[in-house]
Design a protein around this ligand. Structure first.
Ligand code: GLC
Length: 482
């Protein structure tokens, strides 16, 4: 039995700010139970929902040395959907109304978490073969392991995998401050040669990439893009250097959670055979909830997203007036994030209340309703490591309209009207006119060639983006490592 510990800063259902949580909360369930004992360790944040916090049992506690500091760490645990979760508790570090705060607080918080993860292992009596780390917040785990722990018998032979969900977030902060916080050897911070140094700052992501045994990212195309100056966020040279142990594995989604036949949030269930009436019933119900005119003869486009520039909202801002003033279209928007995008959407919702409804309070229930009810899903990302919501949309026969980047390129094949193939619409350059042209072309197919549209929606529903394939790919990597 191979023992694997997932270490991350978020996991569904306990805490979520983005797709990372979906992956950490679902992939472990799909790794073969007979072959793997997979457990997950995350922080216990004050902002977790009360009913979830109540589920956790106290296990034990210890103290973590962090430079000159000695900090309390509690271990809590719960078994959830057959997976054992551990939570590191510290009310000072994990306070506040959200998991992340200012970067200077976060670098200390996650240095603490990373050491606490390693120190907790003997206490929970779990000696993993592999620690599978996710994103910069856990970048120091391989660094600590190789520098401070490998002389201890318990830790010898533990391998590490580092998965990059987003290259943009690197955990960067002042060299001296991070040296003081982490207590790691001085040479790691030497400008030019130090493994943790990058462009004059300390960089957790770089540390994770350099010290782990294998690096993965969440789609094959993104694995290529991060080796180029355009996609590497300053670390493309490092990625080229590590390319022989860099793998791109597409994320899956939880096909039980996102299932048009059983989803409890839907007005009416449907499958491939009764997709047309099913979609219509959901569409009318959603329009009702969102106070949009209840009509089937409009093109209902949705957006469910973090509102950040990564997701292409500068293009949307540029095009919306043109679209809303002329086209037989409705938008259902659900997202939270940068204020300027929230304001932009509210402005349009105020000006065109018959055409666009915006909700900036994230709700899982509303997200499911939107995926199930829309005709098309818009995701014009500037860059996209994998993207999950286009996969969720497709599951409900909602056709994705995307920019050809990262995982969007790997999962959405543009409609070809001559051969009647494809499962979506796409455009290439990050350009508002190209996005508009794509949207108009999609709308043309929707209104003028509905048979074709519906066939494509069914093709979307037949795609298999469940975890099965990806979990098998991770399995191969685990084997390679051992
Ligand atoms: C990040 C990326 C997104 C990816 C997710 C899960 O949120 O931005 O593209 O799907 O992580 O890996």
């Amino acid at each position: 039995m191979t023992k694997i510990l997932f270490a991350a800063s978020e996991a569904v259902p306990f805490v979520k700010t983005g797709g990372l949580a979906d992956v950490v909360g679902s992939l472990p369930k799909y790794l073969d139970k007979d072959e793997y004992d997979v457990r997950v360790i995350v922080p216990k944040y004050a902002c977790m929902e009360e009913n979830l916090k109540k589920m956790l049992r106290f296990h034990s506690h210890f103290y973590v040395s962090l430079g000159w500091r000695r900090q309390y760490a509690g271990i809590l645990t719960v078994q959830y959907e057959n997976i054992i979760y551990y939570f590191i508790d510290n009310e000072y570090y994990f306070a506040g109304d959200k998991p992340y705060n200012n970067i200077y607080e976060d670098v200390e918080k996650f240095a603490f978490f990373s050491r606490a993860v390693l120190d907790a292992l003997p206490l929970i009596n779990f000696q993993p073969d592999i620690i599978h780390c996710h994103d910069w917040q856990t970048g120091l785990i391989p660094v600590y392991l190789k520098n401070l722990y490998q002389s201890k018998t318990f830790y010898q032979g533990i391998k590490t995998i580092f998965s990059i969900h987003n290259m943009k977030f690197q955990g960067r902060w002042m060299l001296n401050a991070v040296m003081d916080i982490t207590g790691l050897p001085k040479e790691l911070f030497q400008p030019g040669t130090g493994a943790l140094e990058s462009y004059g700052e300390a960089n957790y992501l770089k540390g994770g990439i350099l010290y782990s045994d294998i690096v993965t990212t969440v789609s094959p195309t993104y694995a290529e893009e991060i080796k180029t100056p355009a996609g590497g966020e300053g670390l493309d040279g490092l990625m080229r250097m590590k390319q022989d142990r860099l793998y791109g594995i597409l994320n899956g989604i939880d096909y039980e959670l996102y299932n048009p036949k059983t989803d409890s949030h839907m007005a009416k269930h449907f499958d491939r055979l009764d997709f047309v009436p099913g979609k219509k019933a959901n569409k009318l119900a959603l329009q009702d909830i969102l106070h949009l005119p209840k009509r089937d003869d409009v093109f209902l486009v949705s957006i469910v997203s973090r509102l950040t520039n990564q997701k292409g909202f500068d293009l949307v801002a540029y095009d919306l007036e043109e679209i809303l003033s002329k086209d037989p279209i409705q938008f259902a928007v659900l997202g939270t994030g940068e204020e300027k995008y929230e304001k932009m959407f509210r402005y349009f919702a105020g000006k065109y209340p018959e055409k666009i409804a915006v909700s900036t309070n994230y709700s899982e229930a509303l997200a499911h309703k939107i995926y199930a009810s829309s005709d098309a899903f818009l995701m014009p990302s500037l860059f996209e490591p994998c993207g999950l919501s286009q996969l969720m949309s497709m599951r409900y026969g909602t056709i994705p309209m995307v920019r050809e980047t990262g995982g969007l390129k790997d999962t959405v094949e543009a409609y070809n009207e001559y051969e009647d193939t494809g499962n979506g619409f796409s455009f290439c350059n990050f350009n508002a006119q190209e996005m508009l042209d794509m949207l108009h072309y999609a709308m043309h197919v929707y209104f003028e060639h509905r048979e074709r549209w519906n066939e494509m929606a069914v093709r979307c529903m037949e795609m298999d983006y469940s975890w099965g394939n990806s979990a098998a790919e991770y399995g191969k990597i685990y084997k390679r490592l051992l």
